[in-house]
Design a protein around this ligand. Structure first.
Ligand code: S3P
Length: 476
């Protein structure tokens, strides 16, 4: 328990450790819809201990499964996406032990040691899970069938299977290169030299993971730098990997068939989850929220730079390095003078998952916030431009959009009407963004299904409630 500055006592997860003490009520991204409503609340106050980083959690399990011996992980995100990856690693022959409280051991089978699963691999809602696992198995002589939920089964997979085919991998999926899909790994893989045509860390990572079991050097070129957790972690596991900035872009060179050495991994807290309490505090009058231990890898921190450009009161405290990643405690306070800005398109990759909640903050700013170079938002868990534009318009906000851009016209504080129910389209970040909208709009905002929140942020509701948010489930 801790005391709020206003004297009320409430349960708040203690900062400083990696354990979250808040327990979310059971949620399911795969089950019955869970309608939710968020109503205007008083100041948000306290400490928000958000869960571990989703990207790093997936990679810890997958690389742990590709090393021989025990990889020990603390602070693993126990969201549905990551738990689906853990299940998949078991199906490939690795032992994954849950010690409780986000502590896991993975006993891996070695590079190229994956066994053929005797069941379909169901990655649920997770594009990262399925694409990275496809890469990891692509150069082993096994056949694997992948599937997912309705959202994942509608997403493009050719962006991964095209470069994997260069290693000698074969794949058969549904029309448009969609799941369910069966992949037969290369029996005699060759290394590849591949320029990633879209800014995607998932594609880059799939090629690098496939390159692990190919002889010689696999080279990946990316014109725009995307999150580099795979490169950092591969180096940590002892792979020979270099990254060089050139006129062509970032050139990553991996020498295949290393023996990966198991690691101890401390997963930093997820900046993409921190975005929700941070943005909620910025738009809710009187708020002052501390979000400790957030990973600030420059390939991930674009939202926070953007918020500061918009004159948000957001500071970094206690900057440090944890587990090889830069980390700080974020302090977010209500920001009455938010200004709309043109978000630099070259920043897009470093905040790609944060545009939905940024569009909510933009609704409370003065003037237009223009977001360009964001075509990738249309192929996430949902078409995120369409999902947010439709929902914001229904709540009284003016939004214009085109194929790779959108503009939100800010209404200033106290002027956003709210009052509508929005479709979450099986997308956790859409659901959470509309819940944040409801905290500061004049009338409550609802979503048809908050279940998908459990994929990445299973303690979202109790954590936000501990700060003072008013979110309720409508059918309970
Ligand atoms: C991720 C990469 C991004 C991001 C996703 C996580 C990763 O996807 O949107 O949530 O962990 O590699 P893309 O690679 O499609 O940009």
């Amino acid at each position: 328990m801790t005391a709020r500055p206003d004297g009320r006592r409430l349960v708040v997860a203690l900062s400083g450790g990696q354990k979250n003490t808040l327990k979310g009520a059971p949620m399911s991204g795969h089950g019955t819809p869970i309608p939710m409503t968020s109503a205007k609340c008083g100041p948000l106050k306290g400490t928000a201990d958000v869960p571990g980083d989703k990207s790093i959690s997936h990679r810890s399990l997958i690389l742990g499964a590709m090393a021989i011996g025990e990889t020990r992980i603390t602070g693993l995100l126990e969201g549905e996406d990551v738990l689906d990856t853990a299940k998949a690693m078991r199906a490939f022959g690795a032992e994954v032990i849950d010690h409780g409280g986000g502590e896991y051991s993975v006993y891996g089978v070695g590079t190229g040691g994956f066994a053929e699963p005797d069941q379909v691999i169901d990655c649920g809602n997770s594009g990262t899970g399925v694409r990275l696992i496809m890469g990891a198995m692509a150069t082993s002589p096994i056949t694997v069938t992948f599937t997912g939920d309705a959202s994942l089964n509608s997403r493009p997979m050719a962006r991964v299977t095209d470069p994997l085919a260069l290693f000698g991998t074969q794949s058969v999926g549904r029309s448009g290169g969609r799941l369910p899909m069966t992949i037969t790994g290369a029996h005699d893989p060759v290394p590849v030299h591949y320029t990633v045509p879209v800014p995607s860390a998932q594609v880059k990572s799939a090629v690098l993971l496939a390159g692990l079991n190919a002889p010689g050097q696999t080279i990946v070129v990316e014109k725009e730098a995307t999150r580099d957790h795979t490169e950092r972690m591969l180096a940590g596991f002892g792979a020979d990997i270099t990254s060089e900035e050139t006129d062509e872009g970032r050139v990553i060179t991996l020498t295949g068939q290393p023996e990966l050495t198991p690691q101890t991994i401390v997963v930093p807290r997820d900046p993409s989850s921190a975005a929700f309490p941070v943005c909620a505090a910025i738009i809710t009058p009187g708020s002052d929220v501390l979000v400790p231990g957030i990973g600030l890898n420059p390939t991930r921190a674009g939202l926070f730079t953007t918020l500061r450009d918009m004159r948000a009161d957001l500071t970094y405290e206690n900057e440090r390095t944890e587990g090889g990643e830069p980390v700080a405690d974020l302090r977010a306070r209500f920001s009455p003078d938010l200004q709309g800005i043109e978000v630099p398109p070259e920043r897009a990759a470093s905040m790609i998952d944060e545009y939905p909640v940024l569009s909510v903050v933009a609704s409370f700013a003065q003037g237009d916030t223009v977001m360009r170079g964001v075509k990738e938002l249309r192929v996430k868990e949902s078409d995120r431009i369409d999902a947010m534009a439709t929902g914001l318009r229904a709540n009284g906000v003016t939004v214009e959009d085109g194929p790779d851009w959108w503009t939100v016209t800010g209404m200033g504080h106290g002027n956003v009407p709210g009052g509508a129910t929005c479709a979450s389209h099986l997308d956790h970040r859409i659901a959470m963004s509309f819940m944040v909208l409801g905290m500061a709009s004049e009338k409550p905002v609802s979503v048809d299904d908050g279940g998908p929140i459990a994929t990445s942020f299973p303690i979202f509701e109790p954590l936000m409630a501990s700060l003072g948010a008013q979110i309720r489930r409508d059918n309970h």
